[in-house]
Design a protein around this ligand. Structure first.
Ligand code: PGA
Length: 244
């Protein structure tokens, strides 16, 4: 169960979140919990999550170890901050910041090289769904992106299916629509990396996940977890998603 805070919260707000959130998930051992705050909150979040099972992730990663890349944050920097995960290829990065399947692959390779678990996002836009191209989009994103990893590296990633039309819009994909898309992605994984690897890969659903729709989404065997934006900002709301 992963929370993506996007561009919200200061370090002080991060500490306040964890004070409320920690006791609410203290007994939650049925899943992994990851919170991905902005880079500037990573240290505060790691500190506030100490002694718990809550893991901390970044929201992007530079593909080089270091260098003249103004505005980028590298894997070793994220790791040194104490984070263990990183969201890569979120549709907001694809839409507004020029992220492509090729750069998603490079960032994913960097995350794996530096020992981080990538949560790699794929998903179609509204017009692509309406024109019947959902499957083609997902296949292309897979093949040009994470399909380029070697098999041992692929086994270490988490995939997030996030239909762009469902993100921040209040329009959740129905559990059936989400599961159909997950099957397309899993079929790609099986075709490329073999049945065992395809069966084992974890696929999260993201897009307007809320406390009241988590249970029906999680009831789909295809859906292994959720990636939550807006509803992860409030400790009570995210805790009730974790404890669905
Ligand atoms: P949302 O965002 O839950 O606010 O729709 C999901 C995401 O972008 O990861």
């Amino acid at each position: 169960m992963a929370g993506n805070w996007k561009m919200y919260k200061t370090p002080a707000e991060t500490i306040a979140f964890f004070q409320k959130f920690r006791p609410l998930v203290a007994a939650s051992e049925h899943c992994e919990v990851v919170i991905c705050p902005p880079f500037t909150d990573l240290a505060a979040a790691v500190d506030a999550a100490q002694g718990t099972n809550i893991r901390i992730g970044a929201q992007n990663i530079g593909w080089a170890r270091e260098g003249a890349f103004t505005g980028e944050i590298s894997g070793p920097m994220i790791q040194a901050a104490g984070a263990t995960h990183v969201v890569i290829g979120h549709s907001e990065r694809r839409q507004y910041f020029g992220e492509t399947d090729e750069t998603v692959l490079k960032r994913t390779q960097a995350a794996l090289e530096f020992g981080l678990t990538p949560i790699v996002c794929v998903g179609e836009r509204l017009e692509q769904r309406e024109s019947g191209n959902t499957e083609a989009v997902l296949v292309a994103q897979f093949q040009k992106g994470i399909g380029g990893l070697g098999a041992p590296l692929f086994a270490r990633i988490v995939i997030a299916y996030e239909p762009v039309w469902a993100i921040g819009t209040g329009k959740t994909a129905t559990p059936e629509i989400a599961a159909d898309a997950h099957r397309v992605i899993r079929a790609q994984a099986r075709a490329k990396f073999g049945k065992e690897a395809g069966d084992a890969i974890r696929i999260l659903y993201g897009g307007s996940v809320k406390p009241d729709n988590t249970r029906s989404l999680m009831a789909q065997p295809e859906i292994d977890g959720v990636l939550v934006g807006g509803a992860s900002l409030d400790p009570v709301s995210f805790a009730s998603i974790v404890n669905f």
